[in-house]
Structure formats: structure tokens, C-alpha cells
Design a binder for this molecule. Sequence first.
Ligand SMILES: C[S@@+](CC[C@H](N)C(=O)[O-])C[C@H]1O[C@@H](n2cnc3c(N)ncnc32)[C@H](O)[C@@H]1O
Length: 274
Amino acid sequence: MALKALLKKQLSKYPPVYRAVLRVYFLLQPVHLMELVAGTRAREREWARRTSKQRTEASGHQGDEWIMGYWDTRNQGHRPFMIDKISAHYPFSSVLEIGCNCGPNLYMLARKFPGVRLEGVDINEKAVQTGNELLKAEGLSNVKLWAGKADDLSQFSDGSFDITFSDAVLILVGRDKIKKVAREMLRVTRRALVLLERHCFEPQARDPQGLGVYRHGYWERDYTALFRQFVPEKSIVITRITKDIWPDPRWQETGAVIEVSLNAKGTTKMSMSF
Ligand SMILES: C[S@@+](CC[C@H](N)C(=O)[O-])C[C@H]1O[C@@H](n2cnc3c(N)ncnc32)[C@H](O)[C@@H]1O
């Protein structure tokens, strides 16, 4: 750990070298090498199978620490900002979160909007089960989490939610699946998508469709280029996150809330049959 910090300190004195080393480091991550072969399925498998490496007796959450890490931060960091962004769309009667883990965002929404139907899907069954137990223990009966994948929301019929949101999930979806995920999110949503993801603020010459560029271990993309294939461009609004809400420098540089509205006059969904 100390060696890593020392190396980082030394290398950061030479920004071009530091950037090149970082690039190689992330390109060589096992999950990315697997992604090169198997596409997004490699990352899905990693998240679906994720378990805690350590067990903390004291926490009482044996084997679930990585999940409890999400739960324990449910009113911290960027979350109040995210909840405000979603709340700005109120009134609504139903909300879906894609990649909800154990439901920290949905917990906050459930407390704020007790009359709203809230649902979440996550690829990790243990996170879903733990979340349902935690939410029940909190006496919240208007939230339900389901095991599921972002590119297959077939358990939900068309337009079953007013709002669909994601928080640091589409960064895990590669070029092979992002259009399918976008299409599914749009299909199940009546009014708006609210996505907190990493956005390419500069148009990417080598990625005109916004499918994604792999940077610093995650997928960043031009969300305007992606969603204008589905909805008119005027219904896509992208807001840079403020630096104070996320300590990670890469999030500070690229973090954005992408809002896609589906009910504004003249902004109905375009054909999705491509
Ligand atoms: C970085 S975490 C964010 C969790 C949550 N959105 C939050 O803000 O706390 C990403 C989550 O997405 C889930 N996930 C990853 N790929 C997914 C996929 N293809 N479909 C559904 N969930 C996925 C993971 O299991 C994990 O819980």
C-alpha cells in the first residue's frame, strides 16, 4: 500500500507518464481482459458472483460487508444530490432503479415519498435479498428489490414506471450491450430517465454513437449521442455534478446527471426498431 502511494506520488510529478501508466494499468485489469473476450458478460459475471473477501464478526453482517458498505452510506456523499434530482420530477407514482444493490437510494426515496411504488433490480442476488430484509426491518413496505439484469427488464411491462434511474451502473455496461440497456430502460419508463454516470463532455470522434470508451477501469460515453438515437435531442439534458459531491477525481471530471424526458410536448420516443 505504502509502495503504491509512493509510486503514485513520484509518477504524478510527470503527468504524461502518469497518464500512460494509468492507461496500461486499467487496460491490464483482469475484468477488462475478460471483457475483451466476452464483452459485458464478463463484468456481469463478476458482479453477480461478488462476495466479501473478509468477514467482520463485529459488524454482524458476515460475508455481506461489501453490500453493507452501500447500505451504510445511504444518506452520504452524492446520494442527497441524486435524490434531489429525482425529486425534482415529482409528482410521480412509481420509480425503478437499475443496479440498486441493497437499495440505499430507494431507502432514501421511500422515506421521502411513502406513497410512491419503488422497485429496484440488481444482478447480485445476495444484494437483493439483503436489501429486501433491511428495507423490511425498517418498516418500508413500498419498496421491492428484484434480481435481474439491466439489458433484460422483461419482468416489467412497457411503461410500468414514471421514472427509471441508475447510479454508477452504466459505467459497467460495455459497447456490446449499452443500446439494449437504453432501449429496455426507455421501454419500461413513462416520463423520464435520470442517470448518474460518467459522461464524455467532449464529443468523441471515434465513438459517434456514444457506445462507450473505456477509461480508468469504467465505461464513459457521450450520452447525448447515445440517446438521440431514441429520442429527440432536445429532450436530453446533461448536468455536470458539482465537485464537492464525489471525492473521486474521475467522477469530478466526468460525473454527470443525464435526464431524458419522454413526455414533453413533441418528445415522444422515436422508433426503437433499429
Ligand atoms: C457501483 S454499484 C452501484 C450500486 C447502487 N446503484 C448505488 O448507488 O449504491 C453497481 C451495482 O450494479 C449492479 N450491476 C452491475 N451490472 C449490472 C447489470 N448488468 N444489471 C443489473 N445490475 C448490475 C452491481 O451488482 C452493483 O450492485
